[in-house]
Design a protein. Structure first.
Length: 184
């Protein structure tokens, strides 16, 4: 159900999605969807949490691996960036950001989901500095800066802005990461 909701939101946006249209896609009733989610905001949030749970597993597995910190950082960047325009998981983020400013539960959820990415990246940068792989000592600060840059690059890619694609965004992210964390 959440996978289909994510696809529907990515295709047409949350504003255009109706519970009855989603129910038709799922072969169920609008009332059934409303029973489980209650609102489109709740549906958006649950779809995003579902998507992020899968990414968290992937992220934690790559960070736990026995790979050099620089390679882990590169894989982190690849995992973070969207696959291309209208990437379904990133469309959920775009929709969430549009609503979070005036919706406290969505803002709180956004902060919690962001914190997982920030904590994992900061830990990687601190670990890399401790082993001499990175020269920057302030991993937590650098993690916040790098994630802000990644959000900007990702938004350009997912919205399909002219000249913005995954390959270029990854090249920019790698270049910025080298400057921000330094390499030994």
């Amino acid at each position: 159900m959440l996978e289909e909701a994510m696809a529907a939101i990515a295709e047409d946006g949350l504003a255009a999605l109706t519970m009855s249209a989603l129910a038709d896609r799922l072969g169920t009733s609008g009332g059934h969807i409303l029973y489980y989610f209650g609102s489109k905001d709740r549906l958006l949030l649950e779809a995003l949490r579902w998507s992020e749970a899968a990414l968290t597993e992937q992220r934690r597995a790559l960070l736990a691996g026995r790979t050099a910190p620089a390679r882990k950082l590169d894989r982190f960047l690849q995992l973070y960036l969207p696959q291309g325009p209208r990437d379904p998981r990133w469309m959920l983020w775009i929709e969430l950001w549009a609503r979070a400013g005036s919706n406290e539960p969505l803002r709180t959820a956004q902060e919690e989901l962001d914190q997982g990415w920030l904590d994992d990246l900061a830990a990687l940068l601190v670990q890399g500095a401790a082993t001499g792989a990175f020269t920057a000592e302030d991993g937590a600060d650098r993690a916040g800066e790098l994630l802000a840059l990644l959000d900007g690059l990702s938004t350009r890619v997912v919205l399909g802005q002219r000249g913005a694609d995954r390959r270029g965004a990854l090249a920019s992210a790698r270049s910025a990461a080298r400057r921000l964390v330094g390499t030994a």
